[in-house]
Every structure is written in structure tokens, then in C-alpha cells.
Design a protein around this ligand. Structure first.
Ligand code: SAH
Length: 361
């Protein structure tokens, strides 16, 4: 049987970050306090970067005590915090029930981007990805998603703000869309983190019904679709969920998203040596994307221990790129960041699990 690690000692208090602004106001009212106190608490969480409830120093002591009795601010425990020379920082977080997730802060020029997880594990089964190797354990709550944002925000000096969010950590965000959307409400809200929806990216393996639901959302986010193959035969092999969906349906949903939002789409393509990196694949990919207002993000594979895939050598990457550029595709090769700290999805968790297994046997 799997034993939970670092179980947070049976703390039954609800998670404060699960509450939205209206729910917090209702709690403050029920506690017999004037409503503006809710605004104060909210500001401490999102602008004031409080790291404990007790630090909310302009609240009356009695209210602070009530808060402490009623809620916990953090629901996770930092199992590991890694920093790499390029300014990338990564947290491995233990959840109260024993699950593990990870999230990353990336510094790139003036950008302060964070990469956030949406599930513990992943059910999509992409063969090259570390996150899904053991399947999915559960969805993250709204509070657990917000907590990743707030923990990473607190790594920044006071004069710096988070500028971008990518839902590209562990899990499939469109398989946990309700909680992802309520978490992003606070990321986007001017009284929350105040990040424009244009700077918030939801990355998906491509679930058409959920893409259409997202297209109807009042605040359209940037959508990235993880394609990885230009035809179904190949995609079924490397992205198993595809055999239940198919590229044609995904592209139709993507077109609907663009029509409804006017937002340029991003397609992601992890380049795997000898699998999806041939000039023929590049030509097929170019014709698939032709006529679509989109950006193609090519990501050279980041090796995962124990998996048989390899990163194509630079010459082969260049050939792939040349074909796409000659065909007029708007393509960008994504630089790898945080390699030294296993910053690719699911890798830190996996390596930690392996190390733990090693030390406990
Ligand atoms: N489930 C979502 C979001 C999480 S994965 C999705 O599929 O988009 C975020 C991105 O990282 C995806 O494009 C995914 O394919 C890519 N990725 C996963 N493992 C990788 C690896 N080892 N090297 C490079 N990119 C990887």
C-alpha cells in the first residue's frame, strides 16, 4: 500500500485560498465583523503577500484569532525548493493527503512567469512525459492551484510582480476546468494578482468539448494545444488519448476558439529524435497549420530518466525548422530553462520519489 509522505498532521481547518472574495465577505459578516475587513484580508493575501494569518497586522487580534481557528493559509508543505543559475526556481509541494505536485518560477528579462500544476499526476498518458507515468491521482482544488501562485509570488522582491501564468505544470487543466477557472479568476482579477488574461496560458492535450467551453468564457485566456504529431497514426502512438479524439476534431475546436475570442492560438510540438522530427513531419505540420492564425512552439525533448526518447541533435532540429520556415509557419524554438533542477513537468517529483524509494528500502 502507498503510504502518504509528510502528511500534514490531520489539520481539518478549511483552506482559506479555497474561498473567493464573496465567500470571504460572507465569513467576515458571520464573524460579526464589518465587511471592509474582508477587503483587508484579501489584500494581505494577494498584494501584501502575507506568509501567515498572524502577519495581517492591521486586523484586530480577535479577528486574527478567529481566522486562525477557522482556516489554514497554506495547505501544502514545501518538500523541496530548488534554484538554478538561470534564475528558475522550483517548488516540490507535498499535499495534505500525501500527493505531490510541482510549480516553477521563470525569470526571463522583465518577465516573471510561473508554471502551475492542475492535477496530481495526469491521465492523458503522453509517452514522453514524466507527469503521467503513474496515471492521475486526483484534481487539485481551487485553493491548491492558487497556493502555487502565491508561494511563487512570495519568492519575488516586493517591487516585482508576476507577469505571466502558464497552466503547463503537472496534469491536464481541461480535465479539471472548474477549479482551474476559479483559480484563474483570482489571478486575473485586479484585486487578485491582476494578470491580464492575455498573459495567462492554458495548455491542453486537446479536449474539444472543454476547448469550446473555454471559448465561451467571459475572459478568454491564451490557449496552447499540445499537438506533437501532424497525423493521427503518429499522434495515437505518442499521445494515447488522441485515439479517442483525433486531430481533425481538435483543429475544429481550435478554430472555434479563435473565432469566438480572436486570440491567436499556440501549438506545441515536443521534438523527439527519430519519431516526429522528420522533414516529412515538418511538411505535414506546415499544411495542417496553413491558413490558421497561430504560433508553433517547438520544444526539443527534455530527457526523462528511464524513458527511451532522445533529443534530436542540433542539425536535425535545424532541418525541421528550415522546412517550417520555408513553408511560412510562424515558428519558435523554445529554449530550455531550469534543466539543472529538472524543471520539465513531473521530473522533480519523479526524481524525488525515486530517491525516497531508494532511501527507504
Ligand atoms: N496537459 C497539458 C499541460 C501540461 S504539459 C498539455 O498537454 O499541454 C505542458 C507541455 O510540456 C506540453 O506541451 C507537454 O507535452 C510538454 N512536455 C511534457 N514532457 C516534456 C518533456 N519531457 N520534454 C519537453 N516537453 C515536455
Amino acid at each position: 500500500m502507498k503510504t502518504p509522505k509528510n502528511k500534514t498532521t490531520g489539520d481539518a481547518r478549511p483552506h482559506l485560498l479555497d474561498l473567493d472574495e464573496a465567500e470571504l465577505r460572507a465569513w467576515v459578516r458571520d464573524a460579526g465583523q464589518p465587511e471592509y475587513r474582508a477587503g483587508q484580508i484579501w489584500r494581505w493575501l494577494y498584494a501584501g503577500r502575507a506568509t501567515s494569518l498572524d502577519a495581517m497586522s492591521d486586523l484586530p487580534r480577535r479577528l486574527r484569532d478567529r481566522l486562525e481557528e477557522s482556516f489554514r493559509l497554506w495547505s501544502t508543505h514545501v518538500a523541496e525548493h530548488k534554484t538554478s543559475a538561470d534564475g528558475t526556481e522550483k517548488y516540490l509541494l507535498d499535499l495534505a493527503d500525501g500527493g505531490r505536485i510541482e510549480c516553477v518560477l521563470l525569470r526571463d528579462g522583465p518577465r516573471r512567469s510561473i508554471c502551475v500544476s492542475s492535477q496530481v499526476g495526469c491521465a492523458m498518458g503522453c509517452v514522453f512525459c514524466a507527469s503521467g507515468l503513474d496515471g492521475v491521482e486526483r484534481n487539485l482544488s481551487r485553493g491548491e492551484i492558487v497556493e502555487q501562485m502565491l508561494r511563487l509570488q512570495r519568492l519575488l522582491p516586493a517591487e516585482e510582480r508576476l507577469s505571466h501564468i502558464v497552466m503547463m505544470g503537472m496534469g491536464e487543466p481541461l480535465a479539471n476546468l472548474d477549479n482551474v477557472l476559479t483559480a484563474l479568476d483570482v489571478a486575473r482579477s485586479p484585486t487578485g494578482l491582476g494578470i491580464s488574461p492575455r498573459r495567462i496560458t492554458i495548455s491542453t492535450v486537446g479536449l474539444p468539448a472543454a476547448i469550446r467551453r473555454l471559448a465561451r468564457h467571459a475572459h478568454p485566456y491564451h490557449l496552447a494545444i499540445s499537438l506533437h504529431a501532424p497525423n493521427d497514426a503518429l499522434r495515437n502512438r505518442i499521445v494515447p488519448i488522441n485515439s479517442r479524439v483525433g486531430i481533425r476534431e481538435i483543429m475544429a475546436a481550435a478554430d472555434d476558439y479563435f473565432a469566438a475570442t480572436g486570440r491567436r492560438l499556440t501549438f506545441e510540438y515536443v521534438l523527439l529524435d527519430g519519431i516526429n522530427d522528420s522533414p516529412q513531419c515538418a511538411r505535414q505540420l506546415a499544411s495542417l497549420l496553413r491558413g490558421r492564425v497561430s504560433m508553433l512552439n517547438v520544444i526539443p525533448y527534455n530527457p526523462v530518466a528511464g524513458l527511451p526518447y532522445r533529443t534530436p541533435d542540433p542539425a536535425r532540429q535545424l532541418d525541421f525548422r528550415d522546412v517550417l520556415e520555408a513553408a511560412g509557419v510562424n515558428v519558435q524554438f523554445r529554449q530550455r530553462k531550469g534543466d539543472s533542477i529538472d524543471a520539465a513537468c513531473g521530473q522533480l517529483r519523479r526524481n524525488r520519489d525515486a530517491a525516497d524509494a531508494h532511501t527507504t528500502h
